[in-house]
Write a protein that binds this ligand. Sequence first.
Ligand code: IFM
Length: 443
Amino acid sequence: MKFSRFDFPEGFVFGAATAAYQIEGSSFGGCGPCHWDTFSATPGNVVKAEGGGIACDHYHRWPEDLDLLRAGNFDAYRFSTNWARVMPDGVNVNPEGLDFYDRLVDGMLERGLKPSHTLYHWDLPSALADRGGWANRDTAQHFADYAGVVAGRLGDRVMNISTINEPWCVAWLSHFLGAHAPGLRDIRAAARAMHHILLAHGLGMQRMRADGVSAPLGIVLNFDHAAPASASAEDGAAAAVQDAIFNRWFIEAITRQSYPAEALEGLEPYLPQGWQADMAVIGQKLDWLGVNYYTRHIHQAAPGTPWPATREVAGPLDKTQMGWEIYPDGLHGFLTRLARDYVGDLPVFVTENGMANADTVDGGAITDEARIRFIEAHLGAMKQAIADGVNLKGFFYWSLLDNYEWAEGYAKTFGIVHVDYQTLQRVPKASYLALKRALARND
Ligand code: IFM
């Protein structure tokens, strides 16, 4: 690895990230059904119709997983709590679920790991999904209740809390593009979800503040560099509308209490009536911002098709196993753009960055050199952003473990630790060992 922790400011936090549904196994511990259970069980939605029933069995193997973080010299662990585990029907608390997270947080602290807690990483309880999920305004209020319960229990021991992971995925990918649960392709539901997920964030923030939660509160947004396919004005406008939907909608709502005109043009007719009155709730002051970054997409005008009238075209750069172009400059671009245009010197964490790679196990070893190069390139982008004045406080690699990659099932592997899904054995990859050396403190 080209970098070590000493290339970054003292106190810079190095961690790895996971999410509950992707690793825990939802069939244990009184966890209720969530919309991913039913979405994945419906043929055609998920590769091999795989779900998160067992996943990496982290629910039973968490001490071993935390030991891996400790032994890898990581400072922190980003995890999420599963709403359907804490509240199986979306409303009433399952004490067993809450106790599990209590032990997990204590397990991190015992190992000297700082817990970074995400409240919602997509495990919407089925009972709420059945009532319209994120298209239904009531879900935002239920989320605030859930946030109050979980933060009330864990908030005194975690390094920070984020309300929602990647609202673009929750809303657009899931209700307009149909790729994630609930698998809708419906602009009306999408517009509502785009607004209600932000309302949930705002109400959750208000609840946790009112309850006196001491941990810094924020949100994790994902950003995807939107490049035009050509220098034409039409392709420039196509990239601008996708930039507005993906990269501007959420951060502008939170920091400016407004939505970008390029996105409102298509979505305003479908937003819930009186949406403007919610903007002050949505615009709660953040203590920190999480940035997830993976790639760029190239957009072309698609005249004659419905709004947003764009299509994606393939790019020329090297690609990961997901088919995503490797474009570290995009990370530097977003970090500096966010500081300049939206958040100033607010503490920022890169809460996810990583690559899926077609790893092979050879004599028990996994030599994922491509992943090491990927991490180096993106650490370089972060280092440059810090030099340019961005108040970047840490980086979490996605992901600690190979895990359930949503619509891709288990076939796409992002982990620095390999998981054998037959035996559930964990095997550290070369990237884990390289990070372990880079993060050693030499004391
Ligand atoms: O696995 C996901 C994660 O749940 C959210 N961010 C992107 C990752 C890779 O697709």
